[in-house]
Structure formats: structure tokens, C-alpha cells
Design a protein around this ligand. Sequence first.
Ligand code: DHB
Ligand code: FE
Length: 451
Amino acid sequence: MALDKPYLDIPGTTIFDADQSRKGYWLNQFCMSLMKAENRTRFKADEDAYLAEWPMTDEQRAAVRARDLNWMMRTGGNIYFLSKLGACDGLSFQQMAGSMTGMTEEQYRAMMVAGGRTPEGNRVIGEGGDAQGPMSQSPAWQEWQDAQAQLALADAVEHAQEAQPQGQARITAAVFTSHVPAIGAAVDMGKTQEPYWKPMFQGYEFSKQWVKDNRPDVIFLVYNDHATNFDLGVIPTFAIGTAAEFEPADEGYGKRPVPTVHGDPDLAAHIAQSVIQQDFDLTLVNELKVDHGLTVPLSLMFGQPEQWPCKVIPFHVNVVQYPVPSGKRCFELGQAIRRAIESYDRPLKVQIWGTGGMSHQLQGPRAGLINAEWDNKFLDRLIADPAELSTMPHIDYVREAGSEGIELVMWLIARGAMADVAGGKAPKVAHRFFHVPASNTAVGHLILENQ
Ligand code: DHB
Ligand code: FE
């Protein structure tokens, strides 16, 4: 399903959901910029010039100039962001809220003093309550609407002809792979045939052909941000990238020469809604630069194309600062993600990729730890008994596979999303590969197909 919006029948109320957020992105960012005194000064000195600096729509600029909060909300504004504009004009929250009701400031104040607006008759559109009247509207908005009416009609007629493809999204396969940054550097610098790298890249030759033969529409790519977007200021446990585009990050070596990653904001918003409603608290990330955790797996599977051949939804898991989520939590989250994807009513082929690992330790006197036996047993268990594997405590990952081996919990998200976990058939093992070393890491790679 597209976004489920049970709140549309509440009168006089706009819920700030993913669609509104996308629509109002730059309007809201502009409003936030007014938290800086120097920006307020520049805005007040020349509104048009300041507004021109923000990639808003003309309508949003007109709504700001008219100071019409209902109009700004209609174009994606959210009251907490818009309040920065109101504050800049010296308005209180009561003045701002009142300005949207069609009452005078005094009338609104008096209503609040008398106990506030009653919910009676104001719960559902069509009741007779006092929130049902026409909303207050500036003359500027009225004029704008008249001018736009013809265009909107033509647009609606045009889009009515478009047939949407029918069907449900499906998870077709899971891909598991390490994401060592040196692998990306080897690709970028043309070193894949050197003796050190050749045997490792050979293990992905099958995979490159396989992914050509089994091209997904979207990859749901589970990885960890390595102190790239999320510094120590804010560390989300689980975060989903909802943007239309994600630029490769400059991790200190310069930006990798790889294409921009294209997201699927619509599917990402659907997954976020479904998964959060299944009680997993995701962080929504509307702006994200993707690091080696995401771009190296793409390079391993697709080589060096001009454009990545499909859309990618980045999904970040905190494995940097403890506490990190348990294997069990990750496995259950994968199941929730499968339910989310398979309830999306577009016939998309979706692959879920789990990245990171296998054994590696990047720090301290124990750096360089490799446990090939443990890693291979992990692969066996991931294939055959992931539910049992998911109960393994963190301390085992760290003790046995090194401090950064903890990245392997992310593989359980991808594994949890496979059909057999929900009672379907066991997956087909299309490919399995293991190699030591790539930089400090044991490279593990697995392709599991849903049957
Ligand atoms: C290495 C491996 C990683 O997974 C990573 O995120 C950074 C470095 C390494 O082996 O060098
Ligand atoms: Fe890593």
C-alpha cells in the first residue's frame, strides 16, 4: 500500500507525514535558517533575495511572503519549523495558531481563556463542529489558487490516463558481503587484477553475472554508517534513508568516483510507516551521504557502471558506540521489513543486502584478529538455522570475530527478511565465498534466493 493515512478525515488538521515532509523540505529548512541572527537580518533586509537562495517552489515563496500559515502548511510546512518565521516576526505561538482559524487574535484568546475549542463535532469531517468552516485564507493565496485552478485541472486529466502497474512487491533474494574500504580503493585504482586482490575479486565474478541475470528494481541495503553522517552528537540505532538521492561521502580520502545513489522515497516511506507501526523505532534520514559500507558492496556486485542499475534504500544500524542492537532484535526487524515490503502495492523485485564483517578487529594490540573457522560456522548457521544464530550474544561476536566483527549482526536483518523465516521454503544457496584477507578483514559473501 502507499502511505496509510487514517488521519485525513480529521477536520482542520494536517499531519506532517513523509509526503508532507518531502513537499515541504526546503520551506522547512529555510524556516530553520532563521534561528541564526545574521540570517534573520539578511531576510528582513531583502526577503526576495533571501528566499531566492532556497530551492523552494514559487508557491512556497509566495506563501511565505503572504505570511499565510495555512498556505505554507498546504505546501508542506510544519508548524515547528514555520514558528521560526513567526518568531522572526515577533509572533507568539498563540498568535500563530490563532491566525489559522479565521478568528481575530482577541476572539481566539477569549476562546482559549474560556476553556479552548471543544472536540465535540470536531473529530470527523462532516460533523457540525466549529472547525468545519472555511479556513482563513489570505487574498494572496486566493489569487494564487484561481490562477492555478486551470493548470491543476489539465494536470489531473493528464495523469488520469496513466495506468499504474498492478501487483505486490516481493523480496527475491538476500546478498551478504563484507564492505572493506580498501576493496573500493582497489576498484577505483584499477588494482583488481593484482596478485593481492585477484583471488578476492574472483569470488565475485559469479555474483556480477548473477545480479545481471536477477536484476532487482530496488536494493534494501543494510550497512553501518562509519562516523560519516552520524558523529557523536546523534547516534540512531536504526535509520532509514528516505531521500531521492544519496551522494557518496568524502571519508577523508576524497569522494569515491562512483555514481550518485538513487533512492526510492515512496517505498522507503511505506517501509518506515509499516515498520514503525510494527513497533520498531526507526530514525528517518532525509539527507544522507553514503560511505564505504554502502558503496563498496555496490562496486563488488556491479563493477564500475555509469549509473547504478537500480534504486537503493540505505538502512543504517549502529555498531559503533555501544549499546548496539542484539542479533535477535535485528532478526526480528528483518521479519518486519519483509512484511513491510510485501505489503507495498507495486510489483517491485526487491533484494535485501546485509553488509559488514566477517571477522576483523581494527583497533588495539589484538588488531588483525581473524577467525576463519568461526566465520564459516557463522555462514553455515546463517544458511541453515538463522533463528538459533540470532540468539548469540554480542560478546561472542567480539571475542571470537574481533571488535568490528560485531558488524555481522546486520546480516541477521537481511536473513530475517527471507521467506523461510515466515514459513516459506528454505532459500537456495546460489553462491558462497570466503577469503582472507582484504585489508584487516575476512571477506565473506553469500547469495540466498527465495524459492
Ligand atoms: C576495514 C573493514 C571494515 O569493515 C571497515 O568498515 C573499515 C576497514 C578493513 O579491513 O580495513
Ligand atoms: Fe565496516
